[in-house]
Design a binder for this molecule. Structure first.
Ligand code: DGL
Length: 274
């Protein structure tokens, strides 16, 4: 069996914050990143649309040979992952697998809170899906999860306004709304792959002592654990330390913006997944 890269998918740029951490923890593998920039953002879209778009992108990554695809996008993980795993993969007659970011995060989240009150900052789509509430209950039934949708945050980051005064306005608004929902929240999760870019501002509006969690490291450690537990999958992943990037929109635009998320410049190819 030929070895192929691990696929990493996001609606756009945000998944690069996850990929960066995955490469830090697992530098030995090859990766193929796909951003569906032409159809981003996914956050405000319906379940049906997010599912359809995500499935097309997973099928494209499978067609490139990827044996394993990580949905490095909370919205896609919330609205499409379960259906793809339960409905589509069995019909494809494949040993390929698709993993998301919500389950590994909720498996860990309860370990950080002392008050058993956790706050979630996410897109409207992720909040409406209630995936974090449902999954957290499985692993930590004693933990109460409070959610706040922050629809302006992805556009602020995408439009390079995450350092500006406009960002302060919307960050303060949503952080204070979240804290009003749960008086004893001591752990706040950035449940959207774009939000690590706003981390410095979010911290300013959180009381000292509240822990702020980003998902990258959690997802990377969980993937490492998964590959240890699944040698049949690990043996299908190629190891040349190569990372390739694909986008459904302009490659020049992708390359111009990607460094903010990935930490260094990239060279992408424009592809069609439809
Ligand atoms: N990557 C998405 C997430 O983690 C946010 C961007 C979008 O709305 O497409 O939820």
């Amino acid at each position: 069996m030929t070895q192929q890269p691990i696929g990493v998918f996001d609606s756009g740029y945000g998944g690069l914050t996850i990929l960066k951490e995955i490469i830090r923890v697992l530098p030995q593998y090859d990766y193929l990143y796909l951003g569906d920039n032409a159809r981003a953002p996914y956050g405000p879209r319906s379940f049906e649309t997010v599912y359809r778009y995500t499935l097309q992108c997973v099928q494209w990554l499978f067609a490139q040979g990827c044996p394993l695809v990580i949905l490095a996008c909370n919205t896609a993980s919330a609205k499409a992952l379960r259906t793809i795993q339960q409905r589509n993969l069995p019909l494809m007659n494949t040993q390929n697998r698709v993993l998301g970011v919500i389950r590994p995060t909720t498996e860990m989240m309860g370990n950080y809170t002392r008050t058993n009150e956790v706050g979630i900052l996410a897109t409207a789509g992720t909040v409406l899906s209630e995936s974090y509430l449902i999954e957290t209950k499985k692993f930590f039934p004693e933990v109460r999860v409070y959610q706040e949708a922050c629809p302006m945050w992805v556009p602020l980051v995408e439009n390079n306004e995450y350092n500006g005064a406009g960002a302060d306005y919307f960050v303060e608004q949503h952080v204070s709304r979240l804290l009003q929902k749960g008086a004893h929240i001591d752990t706040v999760l950035l449940a959207c792959t774009h939000y690590p870019l706003l981390e410095h501002k979010i911290r300013q509006y959180l009381p000292a002592g509240v822990r702020l969690l980003s998902q990258g490291e959690i997802v990377a450690d969980s993937l490492s654990d998964y590959l240890n537990r699944h040698p049949e999958m690990e043996s299908r992943c190629s190891r040349h330390q190569q990372v390739k990037f694909a986008t459904t929109d302009s490659a020049a635009d992708f390359d111009a913006h990607a460094a903010i998320f990935f930490g260094k410049s990239v060279h992408s190819l424009q592809v069609s997944v439809e």
